[in-house]
Write a protein that binds this ligand. Structure first.
Ligand SMILES: *Cc1c(COP(=O)(O)O)cnc(C)c1O
Ligand SMILES: [Zn+2]
Length: 418
């Protein structure tokens, strides 16, 4: 790579196109449109080649030219390049020819796709001179900010709805972060954080650092295409909270086309939500360009954002690619988690159950045709949301430490199973 490692040109308003310097700022002063990073693609095309990639580490940083930092990464060197698993048994179950799982349940270090966005945001925060980092989170973001801040020696304040799963709370506290539980929904947490960010001059990864943070999600899409042997999947199913990941998967495919790393192809990006918090899927199904805010009530707490910041753009991506959205009930979410675990040996959190459940619906109704191929983005680990499934996994059968007792149990099983 060249000496000048900054491939960013500016921040640019998505609405009016006005450009802004590469600072910790996220909305346009004129129309409040969200700001997005603009890159020098002509320069990136010269160094981000398949030949160059062969010698690079198998982490998300191999796509460095398309990630928004000015120098070398300083946080999260090991993040990304999670397995893309061929899921034949689940494919048979759902009735589709070819199915892949992009398995971010094993992302490093906090077992969710949020490690991608956080390593980018914290690396950039350090470049901009911040020493305190913060976030408004539905759980996984708080975990990742806490862990990565600890490893980088940064001070962390993480703000969450007070009623999150115990697993998500403990997984932030253990790293010594300041964990603040807000008695309210995520949208109220987020509103408070916008006020705090303005007042204290901290790097809020998903508020004032959001243009940089959000770009980290593209790495999931880059990896999918590379791991498929430089091919864009016909169908990608993505769960949606703010809708940011879905929009960035689309952007990642577009950038790889722009750089000539993959052939232009027809593809559809589909969105998945929980019925108990489905502002985006409800709007998509009604053919609307705008969503109506909702009050969340679902076991998929990581996706429980009633006023999704990127909902409008997620709807546009689905419209532009011909994708669809669906949502699933809490029972269907649990069933999705169990299906993925029992067919593929992958234990996903509730958000993963949403993705599997929605994929099942889209395949069943032919929106994803049976003779096609699809990738499911599985974004977080099930060990963090044990509460959601603890009552639907059956129970241990207890016996004394005696061979006779075990044989009796086995005989009884054979009577039942024939
Ligand atoms: C945050 C999160 C998402 C999606 O978030 P977006 O705000 O839509 O980018 C998906 N899955 C899990 C597990 C998450 O924590
Ligand atoms: Zn603007």
């Amino acid at each position: 790579m060249e000496k000048n490692k900054c491939f960013m040109k500016a921040l640019k308003c998505r609405e009016c196109g006005r450009e802004y310097p590469l600072e910790a700022t996220h909305v346009c002063e004129f129309d409040f449109g969200p700001l997005e990073v603009v890159y020098d693609y002509d320069r990136a095309r010269k160094t981000l080649t398949k030949a160059a990639l062969e010698s690079r580490p198998r982490t998300m940083w191999r796509y460095r030219e398309l990630l928004p930092i000015a120098g070398d990464p300083t946080v999260g060197f090991q993040v990304g390049f999670t397995p893309l698993v061929r899921a034949d048994r689940l494919a048979r179950h759902l009735g589709i020819r070819e199915l892949w799982i992009k398995n971010d349940t094993v992302n490093y270090p906090t077992l969710s796709f949020k490690d991608r966005v956080v390593s980018v945001a914290l690396s950039r925060a350090r470049e901009l001179g911040f020493t305190t980092v913060a976030c408004a989170s539905t759980g996984n973001l708080a975990n990742s900010v806490s862990a990565n801040a600890a490893a980088a020696g940064l001070k962390a304040y993480v703000f969450i709805p007070a009623d999150l799963e115990e697993g998500k709370i403990v997984n932030s506290l253990i790293y010594g972060a300041n964990v603040i539980g807000i008695k309210g929904h995520y949208d109220e947490v987020n509103r408070l954080c916008a006020e705090i960010a303005g007042k204290f001059g901290w790097a809020f990864v998903n508020v004032n650092m959001r243009p940089y943070y959000a770009e980290g999600s593209k790495s999931m899409g880059f990896e999918i295409v590379e791991q498929l042997g430089w091919e864009i999947p016909r169908h990608t199913v993505v769960c949606m909270a703010s809708g940011s990941l879905l929009t960035k998967i689309h952007k990642s495919y577009q950038e790889l086309i722009k750089l000539g790393l993959v052939a232009e192809a027809q593809y559809k990006v589909h969105g998945a939500q929980a019925t108990g918090c489905s502002p985006i899927s409800t709007a998509q199904k009604a053919g609307m360009d705008f969503f109506k805010p909702v009050k969340p009530n679902t076991i998929a707490k990581s996706l429980a954002i009633g006023t999704p910041a990127d909902g409008f753009y997620a709807l546009r991506v689905m419209k532009d690619t011909g994708g669809s959205a669906e949502d699933v009930s809490d029972d269907e979410i649990r069933e999705g988690i169990r299906l993925l675990a029992q067919c593929e040996g992958i234990f996903a959190e509730t958000a993963g159950g949403v993705t599997v459940g929605v994929a099942k619906k889209l395949i069943a109704r032919g929106t994803i045709p049976a003779n096609d191929s699809a990738v499911l983005c599985i974004t977080g680990h099930g060990l963090k949301t044990l509460d959601a499934v603890v009552n639907c996994v059956g129970r241990t059968r207890e016996i004394k430490p005696s061979l006779r007792e075990f044989e009796t149990l086995l005989n009884a099983d054979e009577q039942v199973n024939g």
